[in-house]
Each structure stands twice: as structure tokens, then as C-alpha cells.
Design a protein around this ligand. Structure first.
Ligand code: B3K
Ligand code: ZN
Length: 868
């Protein structure tokens, strides 16, 4: 691919990091008064301003109907300010001033789910990154921190009136209306402001911090969902304790509230003391939601809670620094989840996401550095690169420093910058100062795009008894970033005795700069070699253990060595990685699947007993989508599908009675540990699917029986999937039954849509039937995603009739909900890898969409996608 061929047109809307300027005024305090009515809302705000630098006061505002503006109490006429669609500008202000504005907004018709919007019977806010300007005129940028006092007024049919901080006062306005006044003592940027108005029930608990603060914990949801909030509440308390123990960070307010809303563009939002969550990331219950969803709830609860220190108390100077708070917070929630379940499996799942989403993103037209240096629409940069690669950068530094020094570094960061809005440089500086280890060259990772290739070769010298590894790194050229530099790559490694499988103790001599320390070699040059002495026999090396760096490793393993690592590696992640590498060769390079099967036969029976969760992951056959992302030219989804099915069929046959014996031997209900039970359920579903693939005459009966008798959603859905995807005689009735059981449970019903959309045998007509179903709803992102996400499970379908589906959605959402529209369109970002004629077909369709879309979000994404 030649990215230079059609450079993206940067226009007047482009914002550059290099242009950053301090705000002219800071806001000492803001009083906000929101009155919500059925057909509009009135917002009065009073800002107390303090000049910081020379220049005009710029208040940002979008879709606001300005009713009045006062300067120090005096009403201003239209000649005294400049107003356009994006801002309100005032010149020649004194150094201290108070500005009062009154605006009208329309939450009831806000379909963009940004700013203040109505979702069913509930009014909620979403202000990150730039939603606050849709509520009132304000210097809506993260380096303006202020004390917020909020008065919320609404009809009494909405008994719950919430905002950030402490409740100061409640009262009646008249017979029909009431109000509440909240004050948040902590200074915060406007993107962390939140309010909620509605009719909700609440689950309450308490938590005492390590400092002895008694915190009231509250989770708000609709009445019938309250029983599904207990797992989230436990995860919240667990997160609070974990942050005290691992980072020394206790909570700082007297209350912590979480509100669940069913219409939400993403997972959740970390508003100070008042998180707003997609129901899919709060509600967790084995009967209604899957194990994967339960794990996600726990990790998102932790993520938003951890933002209280990494994001809220220390925030970003500007939106280019987004990965400062997101990369660090994702790293923290991943570490938390590693402690919660099996660390190896958590790492496997996190790396699988990284490789399936971030690697392809970074290899294609949407590639950008974790800290971008320009953007048109910042909402387009809440990407896998900012989040997941950002997390990997932090993980690399943590790996290199070790626990103790990393903690000294983070302590320094919190001590230095509490209450401030900072940059990625500040973070790396503090880590360096606190740990005493210079990490400044890690900044290169933040500023460059692309996944480095790490090439390693090995030489064994029997006479000298030495084993030598030669390393080199490279990055694909990028026209916008001409001076790509070598990055520091921590390479965690181990050597194994090839005969016994035992791990060897390492003695290394570094030929150039660094030595192997605690099993980690820091490779920070273009090339380097390390030599191990006293190696009496040719060993098997295991590289990049635990995925110690986000790079593409190239090492010339033999298939037998990979099979060896599946069997003997003690790092569960690298066991899985060896299996993945081997299977990728089988699927993309026509290697034999035999070594993998043999390794499984030796490894699995024991693992099924002791670590069913890890065992389940060793059966992962790379998805068609992932395999497609490994192909850069002439990609034919059908070819991949055929090969993958053939391998699965071989596996089904080769392991013979293992599948049924294992299926019948598992009983997750006997497991007291959640992760053991989860592992057994995963295995049950895998073995059941394999039985069906074998054509076992009882497979469908077993599936139907599992469907009917279980009380657990993971099992029910696993069985339903086997029936539906194999067109079993029981499929239609089971689908009907599922619908009847769960038609009033939105999250479960999402799964009903998803299972059908993800059916490999789905057709244009079956997908259309789903999108025309009375329960399909274009106003609810979760429902849209259940169909679009399901469809993308099968690249053959996604790249044929799916193209039209995604384009139609992008066109519709361009105005209604551009954040979501832009996101969904990205499913097609690898169009340029397709074989002809599909490639031209999709390219033409994307070009035809260009003149039809208007939002910055979709326009920027489309233009980048077409820039290859
Ligand atoms: N910080 C929010 C993301 C906001 C996305 C805006 N499009 C959720 C999170 O990362 O915790
Ligand atoms: Zn976050």
C-alpha cells in the first residue's frame, strides 16, 4: 500500500498539537442551572473568570439558542460580542469578569447522544470530549478546571436529580416541579461534568477508604434491573481496594454514583463521582448476560473508577494527550482483571483484541501515533491505538521497571501533578524521576505510527556452548512521519531444554548495550545481539513472553518447536501464542495441522482438569477476520473461510471421542470458583460445536437439552448458536423460545439479534429481516451494534451484502449519530486489501458516499479510508 498516493486533505478544520496555546481565561467557578421541560431545557450559567494570558475570551457553543448574555451583571447587546455556529467571542475584557448566559437546548430531540440528551424516560449527559459546549457557552477544553455548582430542576415525575459532588439542597419549586443543588469541591474540566434526571431505582452500599473516609456507593438503574447490579457493586468495592493497595490511591469524595442507561455511544464515562454507564457494562447476571459480559462489566467498572486518579484528578492538557489517561487506565484495568481471574487468560484475551483491532488499524489508512499530532474530529481518535497500544506502552515501562520502581514512578506522578492538566512528557518525566531509570526514549512509541517488526535469528555453537540471538527492528515507511526511529522493546525470553522441556537458567553476555535482566532484554537499537554461554545443547527459545512488547515477531521456529512450546512453556500466554502462530501457518501457508493436534493431545487432558479456562483458549482457531487482517493483497474471504472450515473439520475428526467424552464430563455447576466454572462453560460450548461438526447424531439433541435445562446465559447462548448456525431442526423453535423469554430484557435480546446476524449462513434477506424487526431500533447503539457486529463476524458476508448495510448505516447516522456512524464505517477500512472485482466495488461505493455525508466524524474517516 502506498499511503502517499492520495494524501488526506487537511483542511481548515484540522487542529494541530504544535498550535497548542494556553487558554486566555481560567474559570474560577461555574454555577449552572438546568431546567428541563418536555420540549426544551433552559440553561443559565454564571462563570467567574480570571485572565491568564492576553487575548479575547472564547466561549465554545454548538446548537445553543442564546437568549441573553451579561458581563458583570450588565446585559450585552449583539454588537458587543461576536457569535457564530461554534463560538462566542468577547474582546477587551477586564482581567476579572463574570459572564452570565441563558440558552435554550433540546435534549428531547438530541439523537447524537452527546451533550444533554433524553434516553427514554431519562435525561443524561455525555460531555467527553466536546459535549459540554452543547449545554452552555464555555471554554470547553480540558486545561480549564473549575468548581462546579449545579442546580437541576425538573418535573416531579422524575424523582432522581443528580449531578457531581455533594448534595447541598433539595426542594420544591411548585406543585409539579422540584430541584436539587449539587456542588463538586474538586476542580475539574467540563468534560467530566454530568447530570442525570429520571425515574430510577438504586442499589446502595458503603465503602471505607484506607484513610477512613466513609463513602456512600450508589448504582442507579430501572427497578427491574437492580438485582443485576450486585456484581458491579462488588467490582466497584474491589477496585477501590485494589487502587489503594497497588497505587496507594484512595477515593476522595463522600459518594460515588453510577447510572445505567440503555442508549449510550460507548461503554461508560468517568464523570467525577457520577459515572454514566451503558447498561451493557453495569448489568451482570448469569441468567441474562454471558460470562464475557460479566468479565467486561467488572473491567469497565474498574476502568472508570481508576480514571478518578488517572484522568480526573490528573487530567489531559489537550485532547492530543488522550492516551495519557486512556492508555494508563486501560493498563490499570487490565492488571486488575489479571488479578481477578487467570492472569494468563486475561493477557491472552487482551492481546487477542490488540492483534485483531489495533494491529490492522496501525497497518492501514487509519494508522496514527498513540498521541496523534493532528485531527479534524477528536471523537474519531478514541481508537484501539490510543487505548490498547497506549496501554501496551505503559505495560512495557512497568515490565522494565519491575513492581517497586514502577510504583515509585507512579507515586512521583501523583505527587507532582495532582490537580493539574498534563502531557505525555510529564508522565514519562515523573516515571523517570521517581524510578531513577531514564525512560525518555519511550516517548518515541507515543509519537510514531505503525507496528514495529522484530526480526530475530538464532545461532547455536555446540563447541563454544553458546547460543546467540541476533535482533533487528524496523517500521514500515510512512509519508507523514519520515524520521521513524528505533523504539525500546523489552523482550522477555526463556530457553528450554529441547529434550526434557525444562527451563534453563539464563547467563547472558550482551555484546552491545544491555544484558538480560530478570528474563527481560531491552532492545533499543536498530540491531543487536545477545549471547548465552554454558548452553550445553541446542535449546528452544521462547520470545516475547507474556507479549512483552506490541510488535510483530518474526522468528524462524520449526513447527515442532512451536508444538514443543504449546506443551512445555510455563508462560500460559506464550503457550497460546505458539498455538496461534502454528495455526496461522496452517491456515495461511498450508502447513500441516498434525503438530498442533499432537501437542493438544499431550497437553489438553491434564489442562482440562486443572485449568479449563486456559484449556479453552488453546482451542482458539484464529478467526476469519483476524486471518484476513494478515493479508495485504488479493484477499479473498471465501478462500479463508474454506480453509478454516477444513481445519476445524480435521480437528473435529482427529480428536475423535475426546469431544463427546469431555462434553459429558463437564459440570460447571459443581465449580465454586467463577473462573473455573467459566472455563468449563467455555469448554462445553466448544466441545458441543465440535460434536455438531463431527455430525454426531446426538449433537443437536444435546444442544437442545443444554438450551432448555440451563439457567446460565453462556450455556443457553452456546447451545442456541450450535442449533442456529447448523440449521438444526430445533433452531426455529429455540429462537422463538429465546425471543419469548427475553423480549423485555434488552441486553439478552441483543444477543438474539447477534446470534442470527453472526450466522455464517446469514443472507442479505435474513439481515434485512433483522433490521426490519419491530425490536430493531436505530436510536439504540447497542441494538445497531448487535446486528452490525454480528455480521462482521463473517467476512464473507460482511464484504458482500454487508457492504451495503454498513454504507446505509453510515449515511443515516451521519446526521443522527455521527460518532457511531464513523465508528461503524471503519469495519470497511481494509477494503483496499480485497481481490478484484470486490476491491473496486467497495472503493466505488465508498467514493459514492463521500458527497452524501456532512459530519466531520464520517467525512474525516471516509477521507482517511480512501487515502490509500
Ligand atoms: N472516557 C470515555 C470515553 C469517551 C468517548 C467519547 N467519544 C470512556 C472511557 O474511556 O472510560
Ligand atoms: Zn477510559
Amino acid at each position: 500500500m502506498n499511503i502517499a498516493a492520495n494524501p488526506v486533505v487537511e483542511n481548515n478544520d484540522t487542529v494541530y498539537l504544535k498550535d497548542y496555546k494556553k487558554p486566555t481565561f481560567l474559570v474560577e467557578s461555574i454555577h449552572l442551572d438546568l431546567k428541563v421541560y418536555d420540549d426544551h431545557a433552559v440553561v443559565d450559567s454564571t462563570l467567574v473568570l480570571q485572565r491568564q494570558t492576553a487575548g479575547d475570551l472564547v466561549l465554545l457553543g454548538r446548537d445553543l439558542e442564546l437568549k441573553s448574555i451579561r458581563l458583570n451583571g450588565e446585559l450585552l447587546s449583539e454588537t458587543e460580542y461576536q457569535l457564530d455556529a461554534e463560538q462566542l467571542r468577547l474582546s477587551n475584557l477586564p482581567d476579572q469578569a463574570s459572564i452570565q448566559t441563558q440558552v435554550i437546548i433540546h435534549p428531547e430531540s438530541n439523537t447524537q447522544l452527546e451533550g444533554l440528551y433524553q434516553a427514554g424516560n431519562l435525561f443524561v449527559t455525555q460531555n467527553e470530549p466536546e459535549g459540554f459546549r452543547k449545554i452552555t457557552f464555555y471554554p470547553d477544553r480540558p486545561d480549564v478546571l473549575s468548581v462546579f455548582t449545579t442546580r437541576v430542576e425538573a418535573d416531579k415525575k422524575y424523582p432522581v436529580l443528580l449531578a457531581n459532588g455533594n448534595l447541598l439542597e433539595t426542594g420544591e419549586v411548585d406543585e409539579n416541579r422540584h430541584f436539587a443543588i449539587w456542588q463538586d469541591p474538586t476542580k475539574k474540566p467540563a468534560y467530566l461534568f454530568a447530570c442525570v434526571i429520571g425515574d430510577l431505582a438504586v442499589l446502595k452500599d458503603r465503602y471505607t477508604t484506607s484513610e477512613g473516609r466513609d463513602v456512600a456507593l450508589e448504582i442507579y438503574a430501572v427497578e427491574k434491573d437492580i438485582p443485576k447490579c450486585h456484581i458491579a457493586m462488588e467490582a466497584l468495592k474491589h477496585s477501590m481496594r485494589w487502587d489503594e493497595e497497588h497505587y496507594g490511591r484512595p477515593y476522595d469524595l463522600d459518594n460515588y454514583m453510577i447510572v445505567a442507561v440503555s442508549q449510550f455511544n460507548m461503554g461508560a464515562m468517568e464523570n467525577k463521582g457520577l459515572n454514566i454507564f451503558n447498561t451493557s457494562c453495569v448489568l451482570a447476571d448469569e441468567e441474562y448476560t454471558t460470562d464475557a459480559a460479566i468479565m467486561r462489566v467488572q473491567s469497565v467498572i474498574a476502568h472508570e473508577y481508576f480514571h478518578n486518579w488517572t484522568g480526573n484528578r490528573i487530567t489531559c492538557r489537550d485532547w492530543f494527550q488522550l492516551c495519557l489517561k486512556e492508555g494508563l487506565t486501560v493498563f490499570r484495568d487490565q492488571s486488575f482483571s489479571e488479578d481477578l481471574q487467570s492472569a494468563a487468560v486475561q493477557r491472552i484475551d487482551d492481546v487477542a483484541v490488540l492483534k485483531a483491532h489495533q494491529f490492522p488499524e496501525d497497518a492501514g489508512p487509519l494508522s496514527h501515533p498513540p498521541r496523534p499530532d493532528h485531527f479534524v474530529e477528536i471523537n474519531n481518535f478514541y481508537t484501539a491505538t490510543v487505548y490498547e497500544k497506549g496501554a501496551e506502552i505503559n505495560r512495557m515501562m512497568a515490565t522494565l521497571l519491575g513492581k517497586e520502581k514502577f510504583r515509585q514512578g507512579t507515586d512521583e506522578y501523583f505527587n507532582r501533578y495532582d490537580g493539574q492538566a498534563v502531557t505525555v512528557e510529564d508522565w514519562v518525566d515523573a516515571l523517570t524521576a521517581g524510578s531513577g531509570v531514564d525512560l525518555s526514549n519511550f516517548l518515541t512509541w507515543y509519537n510514531q505510527p505503525g507496528t514495529p517488526k522484530l526480526q530475530v535469528t538464532a545461532e547455536y555453537d555446540a563447541q563454544k556452548q553458546s547460543y546467540r540471538l541476533n535482533l533487528s527492528q524496523s517500521l514500515k515507511e510512512h509519508p507523514k512521519y519520515p524520521n521513524l526511529k528505533a523504539v525500546p522493546i523489552p523482550v522477555a525470553l526463556a530457553l528450554f531444554n529441547a529434550k526434557t522441556g525444562e527451563q534453563l537458567t539464563l547467563h547472558s553476555d550482551a555484546l552491545f548495550v544491555n544484558a538480560v535482566k530478570d528474563g527481560v532484554y531491552l532492545f533499543d537499537q536498530d540491531t543487536a545481539s545477545i549471547e548465552f554461554s554454558g548452553v550445553t545443547e541446542q535449546p528452544v527459545v521462547s520470545l516475547l513472553r507474556n507479549f512483552s512488547a506490541p510488535v510483530n515477531l518474526e522468528f524462524d521456529y520449526s513447527d515442532d518447536e512451536l508444538a514443543f512450546l504449546i506443551q512445555y512453556e510455563t508462560n500460559g500466554f506464550n503457550q497460546w501464542q505458539a498455538a496461534q502462530t502454528l495455526l496461522e501457518r496452517v491456515l495461511l501457508k498450508d502447513h500441516s495441522v498434525e503438530p498442533y493436534i499432537q501437542a493438544l493431545q499431550k497437553t489438553i487432558p491434564d489442562l482440562v482438569q486443572h485449568d479449563p479456562l486456559l484449556a479453552s483458549r488453546l482451542f482458539d482457531v484464529p478467526t476469519e477476520g483476524y486471518l484476513g487482517s494478515r493479508i495485504d493483497h488479493d484477499y479473498q474471504p471465501e478462500v479463508i473461510q474454506t480453509k478454516r472450515n477444513a481445519v476445524l473439520n480435521t480437528l473435529a475428526t482427529a480428536l475423535g471421542s475426546f469431544w463427546k467424552d469431555t462434553y459429558l464430563s463437564l459440570d460447571p455447576t459443581l465449580q465454586s470458583e467463577f473462573s473455573q466454572a467459566m472455563g468449563e462453560r467455555a469448554l462445553k460450548n466448544i466441545t458441543l460445536a465440535m460434536l455438531a461438526r463431527q455430525g454426531d447424531e446426538h449433537a443437536f439433541e444435546l444442544a437442545h437439552q443444554q438450551y432448555q435445562t440451563t439457567q446460565n446465559m453462556t450455556e443457553r447462548l452456546g447451545a442456541l448458536r450450535v442449533l442456529v448456525w447448523n440449521d438444526a431442526p430445533q433452531a426455529a423453535q429455540a429462537l422463538q423460545d429465546f425471543y419469548q423469554r427475553y423480549k423485555d430484557e434488552a441486553l439478552s435480546l441483543d444477543q438474539w439479534f447477534m446470534v442470527q446476524a453472526a450466522n455464517p449462513n446469514a443472507t442479505e434477506a435474513s439481515i434485512r429481516a433483522l433490521t426490519q424487526h419491530p425490536d430493531y431500533d436505530l436510536g439504540t447503539p447497542n441494538r445497531i451494534r448487535s446486528v452490525s457486529g454480528g455480521l462482521s463476524n463473517n467476512p464473507v458476508n460482511a464484504w458482500s451484502f454487508g457492504v451495503e448495510h454498513y454504507l446505509e448505516l453510515a449515511k443515516y447516522l451521519d446526521q443522527k449519530n455521527p460518532i457511531l456512524g464513523s465508528r461503524l464505517l471503519q469495519v470497511l477500512s481494509r477494503w483496499y486489501t480485497l481481490a478484484e472485482p470486490q476491491r473496486s466495488h467497495v472503493q466505488n461505493a465508498l467514493k459514492a458516499l463521500q458527497p452524501l455525508v456532512k459530519s466531520k466524524n464520517v467525512t474525516e474517516t471516509l477521507s482517511s479510508m480512501l487515502s490509500v
